[in-house]
Design a protein around this ligand. Structure first.
Ligand code: 13P
Length: 253
């Protein structure tokens, strides 16, 4: 991963009010703003985006959102577009998180439309893929990932893929305290990179960052980051506390 800048991203999910998010961002900027050779991204809830952007705009911390709609605007009550996110200061957007697939009916098709919409709005999509526990037990991990990647990345050009990030989040490891073993994670990341080679060619595949997500903590980040195809982490629970998250960001220290 020598030529890929590691990325540590915090997905705050549906946690933190505006003032809590702003305060956490302030603390994070103080604790981790000086971290080198790592890109930091935080994805607060929609309501806190502009407040958090005011805190991080002059720091190295990048802002992300957790979802978007595939149209730039329109009569879609309750939805938020990529253009709106960009104007709020976002440069990243998480797409296809397993919680959205599980609870909000997202499919590979809607994920694909959202990825294309994000790119059209100037946002880098952080594209989530991952198998459930039963799929892993049935030895369907690779066929599921293949389908998610194939359908999710349908129609993407080489240039578009250059600004995308992939996040492998095994559903059984999210919020459960069960991390994939380093071998399990590396095996899948290697598989995903091979997929990218086949689909986009060697150069793009080698440039694309593939993050791991699922119970990442200060205690396991170094080992994960030591693996050749793991280029960062998408952190849920452990990103909510700035002190804990900054330890993950500074995994090299
Ligand atoms: P946890 O780190 O809480 O397991 O969540 C992972 C996740 O879903 C990040 O998007």
């Amino acid at each position: 991963m020598d030529n890929r800048l590691p990325m540590i991203a915090g997905n705050w999910k549906m946690y933190k009010t505006c003032s809590e998010a702003v305060e956490s961002a302030r603390q994070l900027a103080t604790l981790a703003g000086d971290a080198e050779n790592v890109e930091i991204m935080i994805a607060p809830p929609f309501t806190a985006l502009t407040g958090v952007f005011d805190v991080v705009r002059h720091t190295s911390i990048r802002l992300g959102a957790q979802n978007l709609h595939w149209e730039p605007e329109g009569a879609y009550t309750g939805e938020i577009s990529g253009t709106m996110l960009f104007s709020a200061g976002c440069r990243y957007v998480i797409i296809g998180h397993s919680e959205r697939r599980q609870y909000f009916g997202e499919t590979d098709d809607s994920v694909n439309r959202k990825i294309l919409a994000a790119l059209a709005a100037g946002l880098s999509p952080v594209i989530c893929v991952g198998e459930s526990e039963s799929e892993r037990e049935a030895e369907k991990t690779f066929s599921i990932l293949d389908k998610q990647m194939q359908n999710g990345l349908e129609g993407l050009s080489l240039n578009q893929m250059d600004s995308a990030v992939i996040a492998y989040e095994p559903v059984w490891a999210i919020g459960t305290g069960k991390t994939a073993t380093p071998q399990q994670a590396q095996e899948v990341h290697e598989y995903l990179r091979k997929f990218l080679v086949g689909r986009f060619g060697e150069e793009t595949a080698q440039k694309t960052r593939i993050l791991y997500g699922g119970s990442v903590k200060p205690e396991n980040i170094s080992e994960l980051m030591g693996l050749p195809d793991i280029d960062g982490a998408l952190v849920g629970g452990a990103s909510l506390q700035p002190e804990t998250f900054s330890k993950i960001i500074k995994y090299k220290n």
